[in-house]
Design a protein around this ligand. Structure first.
Ligand SMILES: Cc1cc2nc3c(=O)[nH]c(=O)nc-3n(C[C@H](O)[C@H](O)[C@H](O)COP(=O)(O)OP(=O)(O)OC[C@H]3O[C@@H](n4cnc5c(N)ncnc54)[C@H](O)[C@@H]3O)c2cc1C
Length: 510
C-alpha cells in the first residue's frame, strides 16, 4: 500500500512526507476529474479511471479538498486522505469497491452537519462527498419525488414548493435531506405526515460489498434504514411521498423572556401548547436559551417561538398567556412556509449554517413534556456556565416541540426510529473554540449534567437520544431504543448486510 493511504498518526511517525505536504495541484488520471493529486499514484489513477466523466478526486493541499472536507463541528471530526466526489450513483459503487479492495475506510459526507464524536474513529480513508448527486424530480402523477442522495433540504423544499408540492424535510436549510432521514428526521410538517423517514417509498443504496440495490418495504433492510440508516449503506437516491401544499400561510410569535420567567414560560407551554401530547397539528413551539446582551446583559434570555400553520397571525388562544407573563419583547409576523427557516435562524445564511471552526457537541434527550422545576434548575446551571467571558458563551439550549400527531399515527414497530411516543426534543449545544482536552472535558461534563437534570426529573427509566443530535458517549440502546427486539433485529441485519462493520462510524450499532 502506498504511504499515501496510511492513517495520519502513522504517516507523521514514518516521515515528513506527510499528507498536507502533497499539496501540488496536478491533474490525476484525467483532467476532467478536477483532481489535485500527486501525479503517478497508481491507486488514485486506477480509481480515477473507474469514475464517470463528472466524478472528481481531490487531495490534501487543494482548495477543493479543504472545502469538501471542512465540517460544521470540528470536535472529533473524521480524518480523510482523499475526497471522491461521485458524478453518478455508479461512482459510489466504484469508490466503495475500490476502498474494499484496498481495505480502506470510507464515509459519506453530505451536508457535513453530523457532529457525533464516534465519527472521530475514522482516522484515515476516503471521503465520499455526495454533493454532485443533487436532484429533485417530481413524478408525472405528482404523488412522489425522486431525490438525489446529496441534495440539501432547501433544494428539496424550494423545488417542491415551485411545483405546488411539499413533503417532510429537516427544518434547517443547509442540512442534507438524507442525513436527518436516516436517523428519523424531524421537520415542520411531521405533525401531518410523520418523520422524514416515513415519507420514503424506495431507496437506491450502495451496500457494504459495493453492490447497488433498490430497496423498499419488501426488503428486511427497509426497517433499519428508517432510523439506523447510517449503519447500512450509502443512499444514492430515494423516492419519497409528496403532498399538495395545504396552507400557503404560516405565522410566528417571537417572544423574548428574561431567565427569571423560566418557570412561568414552561408552565404555560405545558398547559397551552403541549397539552400532554395533544398539541394541535398546526402548532409548533420551539425555544432557545442563549446570551443576547442587547436584551439582557447578565443572563441568557429565553427566545420562545410559537409557530402556526394556515394563518397570518398566531391565534391569541395560544399566545395570550405568554404575553401576560411579560416578555422583554414580542413580535408577530405572517408569511409563508418558506419563511420559517429565516424566522428561526436556520436559513443558509444563518449562523448555524456556517463552518466557523467551532466544536459543537449536543446532548439530546427526548421528553414527554417540560418538567418545570427541572427547567429552572437546568436554566440556572446553564446560565452560570455560559455567562460573561465563559468559553461556552455562544452555547444554546434548544427545546423543540413539534406537533407529533403524524409521527404517533405510524406504528412504532415499523421502523428503527424508536421514540415516537415522545413529545419534545431538548438538547444543550455547547459551542466553543477548541483549545484542548481540558475544555473538551469541561464541555462534556456540562452537557451531560444538563441532560441528566432533565432526565432525572422526567421519570423516564431509559434515556432516549436522537441519534442525529447525539454527542457520542451514549449507548446503542439510547440511540435505537432499549427494547431487546430492536437491538437483536439491528444486530442480525448488521451481521447480514455489513459483517465487516464498514458503516461503523456514525452511531455504531455494535
Ligand atoms: C443547524 C442544524 C440543524 C438541524 N436541523 C435538523 C432538523 O431540522 N431535523 C432533523 O431531524 N435533524 C436536524 N439536524 C440534525 C441532522 O439530522 C444531523 O446533523 C445530520 O447528521 C446532518 O446530516 P448532514 O448530511 O448534513 O451531515 P453529514 O455529516 O454529511 O452526514 C452525517 C452522517 O450521515 C450519513 N449520511 C449522510 N448522507 C448519507 C447518504 N446519502 N447515505 C448514507 N449515509 C449518509 C453519514 O454517516 C454521515 O456521517 C440539524 C443539525 C444542525 C447542525
Amino acid at each position: 500500500m502506498m504511504l499515501y493511504w496510511l492513517p495520519f498518526h502513522a504517516v507523521a511517525l514514518l516521515t515528513a512526507w506527510a499528507i498536507p505536504s502533497i499539496g501540488v495541484a496536478t491533474p490525476l488520471a484525467r483532467d476532467n476529474h478536477g483532481a489535485k493529486c500527486p501525479e503517478g499514484d497508481p491507486d488514485l489513477t486506477k480509481l480515477g479511471e473507474k469514475l464517470s466523466s463528472t466524478g472528481k478526486i481531490y487531495c490534501p493541499g487543494s482548495t477543493e479538498f479543504e472545502e469538501a472536507s471542512t465540517r460544521w463541528s470540528i470536535l472529533d471530526a473524521p480524518k480523510v486522505n482523499v475526497v471522491v466526489v461521485p458524478g453518478t450513483e455508479n461512482d459510489v459503487v466504484e469508490t466503495v469497491k475500490f476502498a474494499n479492495q484496498k481495505n480502506l475506510p470510507f464515509l459519506a459526507y453530505n451536508g457535513v452537519h453530523g457532529a457525533i464524536t464516534t465519527l472521530g474513529k475514522m482516522d484515515h480513508g476516503i471521503e465520499i462527498y455526495m454533493r454532485q448527486l443533487s436532484s429533485v424530480k417530481v413524478s408525472q402523477d405528482g404523488e412522489t419525488v425522486k431525490i438525489g442522495g446529496g441534495t440539501i433540504s432547501k433544494d428539496v423544499t424550494d423545488q417542491l414548493w415551485a411545483a405546488g408540492k411539499q413533503s417532510v424535510t429537516g427544518t434547517c436549510e443547509c442540512v442534507s435531506y438524507l442525513g436527518p432521514a436516516l436517523g428519523g428526521g424531524h421537520g415542520w410538517l411531521q405533525g401531518h405526515h410523520g418523520l422524514v423517514a416515513d415519507q420514503l417509498v424506495s431507496a437506491n443504496i450502495v451496500l457494504a460489498d459495493g453492490s447497488l440495490k433498490t430497496i423498499d418495504a419488501s426488503s428486511d433492510l427497509w426497517w433499519a434504514v428508517k432510523g439506523a440508516g447510517h449503519n447500512f449503506g450509502i443512499v444514492t437516491s430515494v423516492t419519497a411521498k409528496i403532498y399538495d401544499i395545504q396552507h400557503q400561510d404560516w405565522a410566528i410569535d417571537t417572544l423574548v423572556f428574561s431567565g427569571e420567567k423560566v418557570e412561568a414560560v414552561y408552565q404555560a407551554a405545558n398547559q397551552h401548547l403541549l397539552k400532554n401530547g395533544t398539541q394541535p397539528v398546526d402548532l409548533i413551539n420551539w425555544s432557545y436559551w442563549l446570551n443576547d446582551p442587547t436584551a439582557d446583559p447578565n443572563n441568557p434570555i429565553i427566545l420562545f417561538y410559537i409557530i402556526q400553520e394556515g394563518v397570518q397571525k398566531v391565534d391569541p388562544v395560544y399566545t395570550k398567556t405568554f404575553h401576560d407573563i411579560g416578555p422583554l419583547s414580542a413580535d408577530s409576523i405572517g408569511g409563508s412556509y418558506n419563511d420559517l427557516a429565516g424566522w428561526t435562524n436556520i436559513a443558509t445564511t444563518s449562523p448555524p449554517c456556517q463552518k466557523a471552526g467551532l466544536a459543537n457537541p449536543r446532548f439530546p434527550i427526548y421528553l414527554q413534556g417540560y418538567n418545570v422545576p427541572a427547567q429552572k434548575k437546568a436554566y440556572d446551571v446553564f446560565a452560570s456556565a455560559i455567562r460573561g467571558s465563559s468559553a461556552f458563551n455562544n452555547s444554546i439550549f434548544m427545546f423543540e416541540g413539534y406537533s407529533t400527531e403524524g409521527v404517533q399515527a405510524i406504528d412504532s414497530k415499523s421502523s428503527a426510529f424508536a421514540f415516537r411516543g415522545e413529545n419534545l426534543l431538548a438538547a444543550p449545544l455547547i459551542t466553543y473554540v477548541p483549545t484542548g482536552q481540558e475544555l473538551e472535558d469541561k464541555a462534556a461534563t456540562l452537557g451531560n449534567r444538563l441532560r441528566d437534570i432533565l432526565h432525572q426529573a422526567s421519570g423516564l427509566k431509559e434515556m432516549g437520544v436522537y441519534v442525529n443530535y447525539a454527542y457520542g458517549d451514549e449507548t446503542p440502546e439510547q440511540w435505537y431504543g432499549s427494547e431487546r427486539w430492536r437491538q437483536d433485529r439491528l444486530r442480525l441485519l448488521k451481521k447480514k448486510y455489513d459483517p465487516e462493520n464498514r458503516f461503523g462510524f456514525y452511531g455504531p450499532i455494535a
